[in-house]
Design a protein around this ligand. Structure first.
Ligand code: PRP
Length: 175
């Protein structure tokens, strides 16, 4: 059965909000360069749209992790699947995510990245589900949208690897 998708955040609203966040980051990093870390795969679309709108110099790197393990999501073990290509020591780094749920992934990534001694480390996400947070130590610096606990797709977010390419944030109605 084909899924019915309801638009939760339309494309123009997503684009407008990304432009606002990009302007904020550009102000905060005036006179510096930012090194964006895109967490594959979901964050690809957001990272590109954000990067295009930044007015400070930008470099990019990519990493991939997976969570696994039985029990609750908070106990999921995060495994690094693809590491960064370059060192981040001394760089002004922003980790870019499509969504933060329990905070499990970012909790792991932040510790891993801090150990590599960047000049600064901040977190930026397209979507946040604060009601699902388990790792409250994860502080997000730039959030485009806080949403309720809905299963969302589009703008990089998938359902069984589909719908990442939708240009808006949608909710599957008939899952
Ligand atoms: C999603 C998302 C985050 C993580 C958030 O990735 O991109 O990395 O889950 O959940 P958490 O806060 O509970 O850790 P996913 O594992 O679905 O991989 P994908 O980006 O390749 O779809």
């Amino acid at each position: 059965m084909e899924n019915e998708i309801r638009v939760l955040i339309p494309e123009d609203e997503v684009d407008r909000r990304i432009a606002e966040i990009a302007a904020e980051i550009s102000r905060d990093y005036a006179g510096k360069s930012v090194h964006l870390l895109c967490i594959l795969k979901g964050s690809v679309f957001f990272t590109c749209e954000l990067a295009k709108r930044l007015t400070v110099p930008v470099t990019l790197d990519f990493m991939s992790c997976s969570s696994y393990g039985s029990g609750t999501i908070s106990k999921g073990i995060v495994r690094l699947v693809k590491d960064l290509d370059e060192p981040i020591e001394g760089r002004d780094v922003i980790i870019v995510e499509d969504i933060i749920d329990s905070g499990n992934t970012l909790s792991y990534l932040v510790e891993l990245m801090k150990a590599r001694k960047p000049a600064s480390l901040k977190l930026c996400t397209l979507l946040d589900k604060p009601s699902r947070r388990v790792h409250h130590e994860v502080k997000v610096d730039y959030t485009c949208f806080s949403i309720e606990d809905l299963f969302v797709v589009g703008y990089g977010l998938d359902y069984d690897q589909h719908y990442r390419n939708l240009p808006y944030i949608g909710v599957i109605e008939n899952e």
